[in-house]
Write a protein that binds this ligand. Structure first.
Ligand SMILES: Cc1cc2nc3c(=O)[nH]c(=O)nc-3n(C[C@H](O)[C@H](O)[C@H](O)COP(=O)(O)OP(=O)(O)OC[C@H]3O[C@@H](n4cnc5c(N)ncnc54)[C@H](O)[C@@H]3O)c2cc1C
Length: 404
C-alpha cells in the first residue's frame, strides 16, 4: 500500500499530455518517471530512456549516501522542500519495504580560523559563513524548523567525538540525516516499474526537438521516438543533448573518500555520530554506513569539460581532507583510505537549480545545475518536472529556478 498524505497520492488535476518521455535515469529522472506514472493513474504513458542503466556508477546519483538537511541555506523554497522531500523519502521506504532515509541529525560546524583553509563552497554565493548562517537560521525560524545553536562545549557534551578546541560554534539540525543514494534510486525505479513506467536501458538519446504538437527524440542507434512532452534530466551531459544550454553549467570533479573505520568504531555509528559539515573548510562526512566512513571536500577539485574526463584524486588531496576532518573529529586523523570515487557537480552560475522549459509550449522540460545539492530533493524535483510536462503549466514554486 502506498503511503497516504503526500503529493504523489493526488492524481493530476489536468492531464494535457498523455505520452511523456524522461531522458536520464539518475534520481531526478527516475523520480520524474515515477511521479508521472503514479499521478497519471494509467492515463499517462511514461517512457524512461537511460544511456547506460539505472544505478550505473558513472551517474552522480550512484553512491552509498547523500546528506539530507533542513538547514540548506537562506532560500525559503528549499526549506519547504526539505519537509516535503523527507515525507516522500519516508513514504518511498515504506512502500518499498525498506527505509532509504535515516535521521541522524547534522552538526554544522564553524571552525576556529587558525590554519583552516576557508573556501566557502557551502555558503556560495555568500562571502562569509557568518552571514550565510544568520540568513539560513532566519529561514529556519520563519518555517518553524527546529535547530540548536551550541557552543563547542555544549556540542562536545552531546557528541564527545568532536574536538571542541577546533571549533567556534555549531548548529545542530536534528531532522537531518542521510539518504542511501543507490538504494533510493533502485527503490524509485522498482516502484516506478510497478506503476507502469516503461524503462529503456542502453538507449542514448542524441537529440530532442519539439515538432508540431509534440516532441521527436532520436537515439544513437538510429531509432526515432515521439512524445507529447519530454523531461530531460541528464546532469553533466545536458549541454551535449541540449546545445541551447551551452555555457550554463560548469562541471567540477568532486572526489569522495571512503575510510576504513578504526578498531573501536561504535562512537562513529549512526545514532552516535551525526552527519557533519564544516562551513569553514567545507569538508563533511557521514557516520559509518555499510562498513565505510565517508568524507569529502565540497569545494571544486578541478574543472572538467565532460563527465568522462574524471580522474582519481592525487594522494595529497586525500591526505589534506583526512587531516582537515581529523582536526575536529580526531577518530578520522590517520585513518586508512580504503577507496575513492570521483563524482562531479553540474554547477549553475549562481549555485541554484535550473528547472525550466526550453520552448514556449513547455514540451521540453529540463532539470540541471544541481550544483551538488539535489539528491535530497530528488522526489520533489522529479514531481515538479513531471507535473510541468504532464500539465503543460509551470508549477508555481519552480518559477524562481528559471534559466538565468
Ligand atoms: C560527490 C558528490 C556529493 C554529493 N553530495 C550530495 C549531498 O550530500 N546531498 C545532496 O542532496 N546532493 C548531493 N550531491 C548531488 C546529487 O548527488 C546530484 O545532484 C544528483 O544525484 C543528480 O542527479 P541527476 O539525476 O540529475 O543526475 P545523474 O544521477 O548523474 O543521472 C543522469 C543520468 O542521465 C544519463 N544520461 C546522460 N546522457 C544521456 C542521454 N543522452 N540519453 C539517455 N541518458 C543519458 C546518465 O547515464 C545518468 O545515468 C552530490 C553529488 C556529488 C557528485
Amino acid at each position: 500500500m502506498r503511503e497516504k498524505g503526500n503529493i504523489l497520492d493526488a492524481p493530476y488535476k489536468r492531464v494535457e499530455r498523455r505520452e511523456v518521455a524522461v531522458v536520464g535515469g539518475g534520481i531526478v529522472g527516475v523520480s520524474a518517471a515515477y511521479a508521472a506514472a503514479v499521478r497519471g493513474e494509467g492515463k499517462v504513458r511514461v517512457s524512461l530512456y537511460e544511456a547506460s542503466e539505472v544505478g550505473h556508477t558513472g551517474a552522480a546519483s550512484a553512491d552509498l549516501n547523500r546528506v539530507f538537511r533542513f538547514l540548506s541555506g537562506p532560500d525559503p523554497t528549499l526549506t519547504v522542500w526539505s519537509g516535503e522531500a523527507r515525507d516522500l523519502w519516508v513514504a518511498l521506504g515504506r512502500e518499498w519495504g525498506s527505509p532509504v532515509f535515516h535521521q541522524t541529525g547534522l552538526a554544522l560546524l564553524v571552525e576556529r580560523g587558525d590554519g583552516v583553509e576557508t573556501t566557502g563552497g557551502h555558503v556560495y554565493p555568500y562571502d562569509s559563513a557568518a552571514s550565510w548562517l544568520e540568513d539560513a537560521l532566519r529561514c529556519m525560524d520563519e518555517h518553524g524548523a527546529p535547530y540548536q545553536r551550541v557552543s563547542p562545549a555544549e556540542l562536545v557534551e552531546r557528541y564527545p567525538q568532536f574536538r571542541g578546541a577546533a571549533l567556534n560554534e555549531a548548529v545542530i539540525d536534528p531532522q537531518a540525516g542521510y539518504v542511501e543514494a543507490s538504494r533510493a534510486v533502485a527503490a524509485t525505479l522498482d516502484l516506478g516499474l510497478k506503476a507502469g513506467v516503461e524503462y529503456h536501458p542502453g538507449v542514448e538519446i542524441t537529440s530532442v526537438e519539439s515538432v508540431g504538437d509534440g516532441c521527436r527524440l532520436l537515439a544513437a542507434d538510429g531509432r526515432e521516438m515521439r512524445a507529447d512532452a519530454v523531461v530531460v534530466a541528464v546532469n553533466g551531459w545536458t549541454e551535449g543533448l541540449l546545445p541551447q544550454l551551452k555555457g550554463a553549467l560548469t562541471l567540477t570533479e568532486q572526489p569522495l573518500i571512503y575510510l576504513r573505520p578504526p578498531e573501536d568504531s561504535s562512537i562513529l555509528m549512526p545514532g552516535n555520530l551525526p552527519m557533519y559539515i564544516s562551513l569553514t573548510s567545507d569538508c563533511y562526512g557521514f557516520p559509518i554506513v555499510g562498513g565505510e566512513l565517508k568524507i569529502a571536500d565540497d569545494n571544486a577539485f578541478r574543472t572538467i569539460g565532460h563527465p568522462d574526463e574524471r580522474q582519481d584524486p592525487p594522494r595529497e588531496h586525500l591526505e589534506r581532507v583526512v587531516s582537515t576532518v581529523g582536526k575536529f573529529l580526531p577518530s578520522v586523523a590517520g585513518a586508512v583510505v580504503e577507496r575513492t570515487h570521483t563524482c562531479f557537480y553540474d554547477r549553475s552560475k549562481d549555485g541554484r537549480f535550473l528547472l525550466d522549459a526550453l520552448d514556449g509550449e513547455a514540451r521540453i522540460i529540463y532539470g540541471c545545475g544541481m550544483s551538488g545539492r539535489a539528491f535530497k530533493f530528488g522526489p520533489v524535483l522529479g514531481e515538479r518536472l513531471a507535473r510541468f510536462a504532464v500539465e503543460g503549466e509551470r508549477p508555481s514554486d519552480i518559477k524562481e529556478f528559471r534559466a538565468r
